[in-house]
Design a protein around this ligand. Sequence first.
Ligand code: DGY
Length: 321
Amino acid sequence: MNTQPKIYVACNFPQEVLALFTNQFNAAYNDTGRVLRTDELIDYAQDADAIVLTATDPLDRAAVERLPASVKVVCTYSVGNNHLDLDALQAKGIAVFSTPGVLDEACADAAWLLMLGAARRVIEGIDLVREGTWQGWSPRQLIGREVWGSRLGILGMGRIGRAIGRRARGFDMTVHYHNRNRLSAELESGAQYHASLESLAQESDFLCIACPASPSTQGLINKQILQRLPPNAVVCNISRGDIVCDEDLVQALTTGVVAAAGLDVFAGEPDIHPAYRQLPNVFGLPHIGSSTLRTRLAMGELLCSSLTAHFSGAIPENRIR
Ligand code: DGY
């Protein structure tokens, strides 16, 4: 009889990541090739000791209450946890693990991709090349925003925010940030703290959103904040879509209050605000911040090692509840 913990892997993992779980545990997995509905997830998790899911598998209070009694651990293959009702999970005695730390650099790289892509009008440039409408070099063509030497404002100076800030040195940028709490001088590493988001906005030629999503950050980037940005500012979001008020950002992009946006995340993914598909000054990506093989594997390894630790009685560092 197999005495290993039973794991249900709901994520549609690349083979290399799935193998980490199937090699180490008595693992069943989602082989439908699609995201499961909540009722399917609950059905498939019957008798499982742990479930591995991700940001597309929300567990609200009602879903948590319906989880099989066997489930003692929920692992989320993400650093964000706003898709989970953590209080309900805790109340049911279910431990929750996530993947902090291992995806910071990949996400910071992607944040820079967003900043550069939006500032240098990459969408319009690609269209010219691919559609055959390019008429040849012109000094008037696709004049963008210079990244080098500009001011970078980071909303949320956690691990990902700091990794974004480190890269700014190479672009000779001054870094500003707003965070719930001011960081130590060592962690600030020369970045200038702003006690309010309003004050940060005023100094942000590039405003990069890297804070976790929570009820208190919903709609934080709204008309009032966007209007405080300097002329020709660029807004980037590497965190979660609902931190931005879409109607206000679309209006700002349409009227020139904001020059461009680089967005890797959107409210209601994949059914995003339709204007983001049309506006030429939106450089949009399909939520690929952490999507490199090295990071995908590191996220899987972290969850596997925390499951092993948990089932041998230890408390892994990435336990969030
Ligand atoms: C994360 O890790 O939170 C990514 O955004 C994927 O959900």
